[in-house]
Design a protein around this ligand. Structure first.
Ligand code: ADP
Ligand code: MG
Length: 315
């Protein structure tokens, strides 16, 4: 029997929704797309983002501190852990149900609480850039900054938000266990929200105040699991050059060197498409034969067949 194609899927915000009820609905559609790939004979590993969810958990924990002064402020690493467990819970149940509905009874589904080591000297710690949580007035923002030592920034004329560091993932702490589960045929959800950021202090792993980009964490996961494909599912069918301009051009099959040239020319927005293209390039150039695909959730199947999406591979 031919070896199954191993695929790491990175789910973006639109695969999970923004609120509790939205997430419950969204994971059903997401699970259908994932189980389609399993039915095609692929071995799938799932990673996902947590932008809205980690902001929501963070706000809930702040409200708790306001209500009960005995409760100290919750570290961001703990908020990421909470978001990981809560998204994993909805996603693993939806996947389980979809598998059973299709009479696939031999694939157990499990979420791995995953810690990802970051470098304590990562320059991202000195320039927090990732906005999380809700929008606040200038006065509210000043109060938060004073009370919790948060860094607050004005976000595109819409108000103030907390910004956090987004360091690069260096190592997946639980990779051995994840590999064992995947090798034995389990459907694993790992590196949720980019993983819980930690730094190593001897034998101690210390939670870091950061949110890791899920595109980079998924790339590391795909490399570590020796995957054939990294699929980044997002809100657009393809990446484009001259995006949003009259001369916009959607990208189909591109080489790593073409992708690097487009990055240098500034075609991809930082914080949205840029980390996806960077992660795709890093994966595709890590070993011959590895391919990356960026497309819509609903187009994943067609994407791996090569009929849509943006595919990136070595020259
Ligand atoms: P996700 O939650 O999946 O990570 P993001 O919003 O972070 O989604 O990134 C996807 C978005 O990137 C698209 O919806 C699109 O608006 C934006 N984008 C920025 N630059 C480009 C580009 N060059 N080509 C396509 N989409 C782009
Ligand atoms: Mg994103």
């Amino acid at each position: 029997m031919a070896k199954k194609k191993r695929i790491v899927i990175a789910l973006g915000g639109n695969a999970l929704g923004n609120t509790l009820p939205e997430q419950m609905e969204a994971v059903k559609t997401t699970s259908r797309a994932i189980v389609d790939l399993i039915e095609e004979g692929c071995e799938v590993v799932v990673a996902h983002g947590n932008g809205p969810q980690v902001g929501m958990v963070n706000n809930a924990m702040i409200a708790l501190t306001h209500e009960d002064p005995q409760q100290p402020n919750t570290p961001l690493s703990v908020c990421v852990a909470m978001s990981q467990a809560y998204i994993g819970y909805d996603l693993q149940n939806a996947l389980r149900e979809e598998l059973l509905n299709r009479n696939i009874t031999d694939i157990p589904v499990a979420t791995m609480i995953t810690q990802v080591r970051v470098d304590e000297d990562d320059p991202a710690f000195s320039c927090p850039s990732k906005p999380i949580g809700r929008f606040l007035t200038k006065e509210q923002a000043d109060e938060m900054a004073k009370k919790y030592d948060y860094i607050m920034k004005e976000d595109a004329g819409r108000g103030y938000r907390r910004v956090v560091a987004s360091p690069k993932p260096q190592e997946i702490v639980e990779i051995g266990t994840i590999r064992t589960m995947v090798d034995s045929g389990d459907l694993v959800i790992a590196c949720g929200g980019g993983g819980i950021p930690v730094t190593r202090q001897g034998n101690h792993l210390k939670g870091a105040s950061a949110v890791i980009d899920k595109d980079f964490a998924s790339c590391l996961l795909a490399k570590e699991l020796d995957a054939d494909f990294l699929i980044i599912l997002t809100a657009v069918e393809k990446a484009a050059i001259n995006y949003g301009k009259p001369n916009q051009k959607w990208l189909d099959d591109i080489t790593v060197s073409e992708a690097k040239q487009y990055i240098d020319e500034g075609h991809f927005a930082p914080g949205s498409m840029l980390p996806k293209i960077q992660a795709a390039v890093e994966f595709a150039e890590s070993k011959p034969g590895r391919k990356a695909l960026i497309t819509l959730l609903e187009k994943a199947k067609e994407g791996i067949q090569g009929t849509t999406g943006t595919r990136i591979q070595l020259d």
